[in-house]
Design a protein around this ligand. Structure first.
Ligand code: NCD
Length: 308
C-alpha cells in the first residue's frame, strides 16, 4: 500500500497508513527476527546536506537490521554539490544506484523537489525549518506506546517554535487526531509560524500561546521540548540571548503531572537539565529507540517487503 511512495510531510500518509506503520513497528520491536532479512540486496542512499546524528544513524541502523545496505554522504563538502551539481542531478544519480533515498537539506522544499526527479521513494529527513516527517512518526509512536492511543491529551511545545521543523510536523500531524489541545511556550521572537496556526484553526484545534512555563506545566500530559536552532539564526547575539530562555529542571518539574511524558527530538543542548534524565517521566531516550523501529517499518513498507 505504501510501496514506491515518497514521504515529504506527515500529511502524505493517511491516519490508517500511519497506524499500519505503528503496528508494524511494534511487531518489529517485539519479534526479534521479524523482517530481519527482508531488505537483503536492497540499497538505501543517505544524502545529508546538513549535520545529523540520530536521524542518519537510525536510518542506517534500520536498513542494516532489515538485512539491506547503505551508501551516501554525511558532509555535502565531500559530494558533487560542492562542485555545483544541482539537487535534481544528485538525486537522479543516487536513484540509479539505490532503491530508496533519505535526504536532509537546509532548503525548505528540497525533498519535494527531489521526489519529483526520483523514480525511487524519497524520504524527507528534514528540509530547513519546514518538515521532518520521520521524527513525527517517532514522536507519534512514542506517544502511542506510552499512552496507549493518540487522542485526548494536552501537549505543550516549548523552545524554538519558529525554526523547529519537528514541532511544525508534529503539530500538523496531531491536528488530525481527536481531542488534542496544544500550548505553545516560546519567547516572542520564536513563536509558532502563522501557517501552522492557520492549519490548526482550520482543523478546529484548541491552542494557546504563552511565555510562562509555570502557567502551562500543570495542565500538560505531554511536554515536547526543543533546542533553539542555532544554525537558522542570522545573528549570533540573538541566539545567545534566547538560547536559555526555557530550561526544564527539577524545580520546574514540581509543577507537572505525575503522568507527564517528556519528549525531545534530540540533540539536547541546555534546555533539559541532566538531572531530569533520571525522572521516570523523561521519555526522550526511549523515543530515539522507537525512531529506529518506525524507520524499519517505513523502509520495509516503501520497498514493498513488509509481508516478506
Ligand atoms: C531534529 C532536527 O534535525 O530537526 N533532530 C533530529 O532529527 N532528531 C531536532 C534538532 O535538530 O533540534
Amino acid at each position: 500500500m505504501l510501496k514506491g511512495r515518497s514521504l515529504i510531510e506527515p500529511g502524505n500518509f493517511t491516519l490508517e497508513e500511519m497506524d499500519s506503520l505503528f503496528v508494524l513497528a511494534e511487531k518489529i520491536e517485539t519479534e526479534e527476527r521479524y523482517l530481519r532479512e527482508s531488505c537483503k540486496g536492497k540499497l538505501l542512499a543517505t544524502l545529508f546536506f546538513e549535520p545529523s546524528t540520530r536521524t542518519r544513524l537510525s536510518f542506517e541502523a534500520a536498513m542494516l537490521r532489515l538485512g539491506g545496505s547503505c551508501l551516501g554522504f554525511a558532509d555535502p563538502g565531500s559530494s558533487s554539490a560542492a562542485k555545483g551539481e544541482s539537487l535534481a542531478d544528485t538525486v537522479r544519480m543516487a536513484a540509479s544506484y539505490a532503491d530508496a533515498i533519505v535526504m536532509r537539506n537546509p532548503k525548505e522544499g528540497a525533498a519535494l523537489l527531489a521526489s519529483r526527479y526520483s523514480p525511487v521513494p524519497v524520504i524527507n529527513a528534514g528540509d530547513g525549518g519546514h518538515h521532518h516527517p520521520t521524527q513525527t512518526l517517532t514522536d507519534l509512536l512514542t506517544i502511542r506506546r506510552l499512552r496507549g492511543e493518540i487522542k485526548d491529551f494536552t501537549i505543550g511545545f516549548c523552545g524554538d517554535l519558529k525554526f523547529g521543523r519537528t514541532v511544525h510536523s508534529l503539530a500538523k500531524a496531531l491536528a488530525r487526531h481527536e481531542n488534542i489541545k496544544m500550548i505553545f511556550i516560546s519567547p516572542k521572537e520564536l513563536v509558532i509560524p502563522d501557517y501552522i496556526k492557520h492549519h490548526l484553526k482550520s482543523h478546529n484545534i484548541e491552542f494557546t500561546e504563552t511565555r510562562s512555563f509555570e502557567e502551562a506545566m500543570p495542565t500538560l500530559d505531554v511536554l515536547y521540548m526543543t533546542r533553539v536552532q542555532k544554525e537558522r539564526f542570522f545573528n549570533e547575539e540573538d541566539y545567545i540571548r534566547l538560547k536559555d530562555t526555557f530550561v526544564l529542571n527539577k524545580e520546574r518539574m514540581l509543577y507537572s503531572k505525575g503522568t507527564l511524558i517528556i519528549l525531545h527530538p534530540l540533540p539536547r543542548v541546555n534546555e533539559i537539565s541532566v538531572e531530569v534524565d533520571r525522572d521516570p517521566r523523561a521519555a526522550y531516550f526511549k523515543q530515539a529507540k522507537y525512531g529506529m523501529y518506525v524507520r524499519m517499518a517505513l523502509l520495509a513498507s516503501l520497498l514493498g517487503v513488509e509481508n516478506a
